[in-house]
Ligand binder design. Structure first.
Ligand SMILES: [Zn+2]
Length: 271
């Protein structure tokens, strides 16, 4: 009997989710400050997926409510740089917990697990998940993320992306003016590591020194009808730059945001 190779199913090697998450799982296993969670499981053909979340609880809360931040990465499956940055960021917080005093941080390193496995921007369902928010989307990843956004009333949202068409760092802001007040110092901090995108038009939007104040419809954001309005910013690193520099730039930006926002909060409480 002869086998026609064309009839054989095509098997493409998938990237390993466990491999990507292992360093964060390891941190959760060894540090009391980091807790690993899985939420929102869903089935796709024969495979079952869930969305991981790693919660870092800072010290110095003193009975007060923590500042709750959410950081989202790899909603485009071919942009794992944000997830790698979260690993380094958490390692640094474990080494220097004072950086996160007063905070509870929810890191969502893998918002598009099937796209990550397939190394595609879209999910295996064929959607750009970052155009689906608050539009009654049926995509399970989006439904679960929307649920998280409703439930936790975050004070701030940060999305990490890596842009293969950009030669430098830039960012989008949504929500209150505070978003811009935080993105600007974050870009200055990250600019010590990678150049800024100085183009006047980025991704089709007017830009001023890497700051873009418009955005696409349907991007991950706070619920439109919510009574709270978190700061909301997106950091984009140039994907062609070495990964370790993109990671370093993101970590510098995230540390800067923690410090700046804490200062703004403290100032706000004193006036
Ligand atoms: Zn992206």
């Amino acid at each position: 009997m002869t086998t026609n190779l064309l009839d054989e199913p095509t098997v493409t090697a998938r990237r390993s989710i466990a491999g990507l998450l292992e360093p964060l799982e390891e941190l959760a296993a060894h540090s009391e400050s980091v807790r690993a969670c899985r939420y929102g499981s869903f089935q796709l053909n024969r495979d079952r997926y869930s969305l991981p979340c790693f919660i870092f609880t800072g010290q110095g809360l003193g009975g007060t409510d923590p500042i709750r931040l959410a950081i989202f990465a790899t909603i485009h499956g071919d942009e794992p740089e944000g997830a790698l940055a979260l690993v380094e960021f958490y390692r640094e917080l474990v080494r220097q917990p004072a950086l996160a005093n007063g905070y509870q941080i929810y890191a969502y390193p893998l918002c598009n697990p099937t796209g990550y496995e397939d190394n595609t921007r879209h999910s295996r369902g064929g959607k750009d998940l970052n155009r689906e928010f608050w539009k009654s989307s049926a995509e399970p990843e989006v439904l679960h993320l929307e649920d998280e956004l409703w439930r936790h009333h975050f004070d701030g949202l940060i999305s990490l992306h890596s842009d293969d068409t950009s030669t430098g760092l830039y960012g989008f802001v949504q929500g209150p003016d505070l978003s811009k007040e935080l993105l600007l110092p974050a870009l200055w901090a990250a600019e010590k590591i990678l150049p800024r995108n100085e183009q006047r038009i980025i991704d089709g939007f007017p830009a001023n020194r890497g700051l873009v104040q418009q955005g696409y419809d349907g991007v991950l954001s706070a619920p439109p009808e919510a009574r709270y309005a978190p700061f909301d910013l997106t950091l984009e690193t140039p994907q062609a730059a070495p990964v370790y520099l993109q990671v370093k730039a993101n970590v510098a930006a995230l540390k800067c945001i923690l410090s700046e926002y804490r200062t703004i909060q403290a100032f706000g409480q004193n006036i």
